[in-house]
Design a protein around this ligand. Structure first.
Ligand code: ASP
Ligand code: MG
Length: 447
């Protein structure tokens, strides 16, 4: 069985929902279909929750009423029969009066999460009803019965595996099993979610849970590109990525896939295919366990990076210095992305400024601190094992005109990263594109 996930834009209108339905039923094979909320809906639900936090129920009601009107229009277009239109309208009316009911009660993060969950609950009901109207043998399984997080807010994989299998066994013989992305229960049984963009994660968790033949992530982009197509001309789709390469790229700004979601797929060895709803026959990008030697796959960049340097003669020959530095970041729950060290100093990057001043104050106890803001990490992903002589020098060579603040190589076999000023990002990406993908020496990209 395959698991297919469709993002918000892929179910963003009545027509798109019809297109998705045609696509998932074209081969007659049984599958699990994970859906996001219609595009814009989760943001609107966040807005509603904001009004309720601010004790402004009128503001919330205005937004709810507008959203309800939109959905009423969608169902006019989506269904062909009065029966299914009326059924879905009744469901939606109940949903929207449920949303309105929150203004009466105390509003906490618990209520907020319940509100955020409604986007996926609505989209999956609409699509399932449409499939049923079309005579498809479809059933809606609630993600709330299958996906749970543990006390650390991490997916409880054993639970997910057991419950997903249980749900499938309890509902045998269907062609399409529709379920919600993003939403789950937490360790206390409350409605929760896997954070924004989390539908990819749901698909990968369910795919891993049933050891699916394949997990397909359908978006409106043509797979992963070998560089940022908004910045660099002549980028090409990457046809294949090794799991680790995809994980590096997902973190470093290739927004196509949620960074954490690769882990479960990799763990269970289920390949992940990125596909384009707008061009369903295009090959897309496959992410699997195959590592292709001698190939550079892609370049990506991540903005809003802050570089912090700590220089101290106390570091010289001392042990425990790095631990003290890292503990400060740990205390302020700020994760470090890149590090470079010398005998008398260490530089790190972070992408979350919320605790910056506290961190700097503490670091000053250990040495001279410098902070560079508006930096970006540019990373090159591919076979960068040390045996593969030449790629790292080639990447360095591409950067020869660009002031580089930090370099990281050797952390994994798949990545070399540079920190440059955001103002130099475009030049850096272009230079790497030219050198790595158009070079006709022995280290040219092979796939
Ligand atoms: N609807 C959720 C969001 O907008 C989850 C998702 O689309 O992946 O973040
Ligand atoms: Mg998404």
């Amino acid at each position: 069985m395959k698991v297919l996930k469709f993002g918000g834009t892929s179910v963003g209108s009545a027509q798109r929902m019809k297109d998705v339905s045609a696509l998932i039923t074209s081969d007659g094979q049984p599958k699990i279909v994970v859906l996001s909320a219609m595009s814009g809906t989760t943001n609107t639900l966040v807005e509603i929750a904001d009004y309720l936090y601010k004790k402004n129920p009128e503001g919330a009601h205005d937004v709810i009423n507008r959203l309800e009107l939109k959905y009423m229009e969608h169902i006019q277009e989506l269904y062909n029969t009065e029966e299914w239109r009326a059924k879905t309208e009744k469901f939606l009316r109940e949903e929207f009066s449920y949303l309105r009911s929150f203004s009466k009660s105390l509003f906490t993060s618990f209520e907020e999460k319940v509100i955020l969950a409604q986007g996926e609950i609505i989209s999956t009901n609409m699509v399932t009803n449409y499939l049923l109207e079309q005579g498809v043998n479809a059933v809606l399984l609630s993600a709330l019965d299958m996906v749970r997080t543990d006390k650390n807010a991490e997916p409880d994989f054993n639970y997910i595996r057991e419950k997903t299998q249980e749900q499938l066994e309890a509902n045998p013989g269907y062609e399409i099993y529709v379920t919600q992305g993003f939403i789950c229960r937490n360790a206390y049984g409350e409605i929760d979610n896997l954070l924004r963009g989390g539908s990819d994660y749901t698909a990968c968790l369910l795919g891993a849970a049933i050891e699916a033949e394949e997990i397909q992530i359908w978006t409106d982009i043509d797979g992963m590109h070998n560089n940022d197509p908004r910045i660099v001309e002549g980028t090409e789709p990457v046809r294949q990525l090794y799991f680790e390469e995809a994980a590096e790229l997902a973190y470093f700004g290739a927004k196509i896939l949620h960074p954490t979601c690769i882990q479960p797929a990799k763990f269970s060895g289920v390949p992940v295919r990125l596909l384009n709803t707008m061009d369903p026959t295009a090959p897309g990008t496959i992410i699997n366990n195959q590592m292709h030697r001698g190939t550079i796959k892609a370049v990506a960049a991540k903005d809003n990076i802050i570089c912090i340097g700590i220089q101290s003669s106390r570091m010289l020959l001392a042990h425990g210095f790095l631990r003290k530095v890292f503990e400060i970041f740990e205390t302020y729950k700020t994760s470090i992305d890149m590090i470079a060290t010398s005998e008398v100093g260490v530089s790190v990057t972070i992408d979350n400024q919320s605790q910056l001043s506290n961190i700097i104050d503490e670091l000053k106890k250990y040495g001279t601190v410098t902070v560079d803001k508006d930096m970006c990490i540019v990373c090159v992903v591919g076979d960068l094992t040390s045996q593969n002589v030449g790629f790292e020098t080639l990447a360095m060579d591409a950067m020869k005109q660009i002031p580089v603040r930090m370099i990281s190589y050797g952390g994994s076999a798949h990545n070399i990263s540079f920190v440059v000023a955001e103002a130099d990002k475009k030049r850096a990406l272009q230079a790497l594109q030219e050198t790595l993908f158009k070079y006709d020496g022995h280290v040219r990209r092979q796939s």
